[in-house]
Design a protein around this ligand. Structure first.
Ligand SMILES: Cc1ncc(COP(=O)(O)O)c(C=O)c1O
Length: 359
């Protein structure tokens, strides 16, 4: 039989987005369900964002600014980076993919810790590269020594997810510096800081401050999490000039839409409120961690807006038990369950189910 699609995709697990709470609520016959599965911040768009979106709506008959000049300038000023080294895109997930497409040829290797962000294996395969997943340590952290040891002359790209999704663990400055010193300059290291705004450990480095001037380091950030714009898909990267040039060649034109550009600019103007909301999440992170540690052994500290329950083979059953009580969490079969920190009421709903299902 002839086929229309690539055979190597057959073995590829599809990306599983968090379940839609409205669907679950309908299924259960309830007015609503709680979604703690996609690491969003639960407090709505930041002040000024909705107004910026409405204003931008009047111009959607035109293509957006392809250079994303205003937003890149605002980011450059805030983070003290050359705007020419910034590229924005349709979510940071797409930028990770573009970095892979810009650096690897079929047969080259892309390395990442595992478990980590589930897009890394998917984008590796679709790029035609070979995946080199390096198991996390028993403490659910990147095994940076094993990763450095596994670099070969085919390695072109390494993803370092800091803090790590889904385990919430974070790499400290000295360890990351030692790792970067060991990686040859011919390998691009992408430090994915999607959750940077939730980091409270002062020893976890801000890669934009600490490592961005290295010749083989790129940093990826997003407006989807702390900045409350997940629905508009705005991410950005900072990379060495040569990598920026390559990414600009492979990116789909106009992929940062005009409404997203306006909303991201407005969000940047609401930084104090972003920080206030992050502080609410962090207080809840402490509370939820303390409570789940009474129920599940070995829950690691989190530097992100979610926590990791290392439930192993119980993961799927636990997630089902949560869904049956209208709480959506994210299970990773055989590994564990990731639970986003929500509002205090949402977290209480989760803790009540967890206490029943696990004690
Ligand atoms: C580590 C990490 N990187 C990148 C992303 C992608 O975010 P977005 O494409 O919404 O910017 C996510 C989203 O969950 C993530 O967890």
């Amino acid at each position: 039989m002839t086929r229309l699609t690539r055979p190597d995709l057959d073995a590829l697990p599809a990306y599983i987005p968090g379940r839609n709470p409205a669907d679950l609520a309908r299924e259960l016959g309830l007015p609503d369900a709680v979604k703690l599965a996609s690491n969003e911040v639960p407090y709505g768009p930041l002040p000024g964002v909705t107004e910026a979106i409405v204003a931008a709506a009047a111009g959607v008959d035109r293509y957006p600014d392809p250079g994303v000049v205003q937003l890149r300038e605002a980011l450059a000023q805030r983070y003290e980076i050359d705007p020419d080294r910034i590229v924005t895109g349709c979510g940071s997930a797409s930028l990770c993919e573009l970095l892979a497409r810009s650096t690897t040829l079929p047969g080259d290797q892309i390395m990442y810790a595992w478990r980590s962000f589930e897009m890394y294996p998917i984008l590796t395969i679709t790029t035609g590269a070979t995946a080199v997943p390096i198991p996390n340590t028993p403490e659910h952290e990147h095994d940076l020594d094993a990763m450095a040891d596994a670099v070969t002359d085919r390695t072109r790209l390494i993803f370092v997810c800091n803090p790590n999704n889904p385990t919430g663990t974070a790499i400290r400055h000295a360890a990351l510096e030692r790792f970067l010193d060991r990686v040859p300059e011919s390998v691009l290291v992408v430090i994915d800081e999607a959750y940077r705004e939730f980091v409270t450990d002062p020893e976890v480095p801000d890669a934009l401050k600490s490592f961005i001037d290295r010749p083989n380091v790129a940093v990826v950030r997003t407006f989807s999490k702390a900045w409350g714009l997940a629905g508009l898909r705005v991410g950005w990267l900072v990379a060495p000039p040569e990598v920026v040039t390559a990414v600009r060649k492979v990116i789909t034109p106009f992929s940062t839409n005009s409404v997203g550009q306006a909303a991201a600019l407005a969000a940047l103007n609401a930084t104090d409120e972003m920080r206030r909301r992050v502080a609410l999440v962090l207080a809840e992170r402490d509370r939820v961690l303390k409570a789940v540690r009474e129920l599940v052994p070995g829950v690691p500290d989190s530097q992100a807006n979610f926590i990791w329950l290392p439930l192993g083979d119980q993961a799927i059953d636990f997630a089902r038990a949560c869904e049956s009580r209208a709480v959506i969490v994210r299970a990773f079969a055989g590994h564990g369950v990731r639970v986003t920190i929500g509002t205090p009421e949402e977290n209480d709903a989760f803790l009540a189910v967890a206490a029943d299902a696990l004690s």
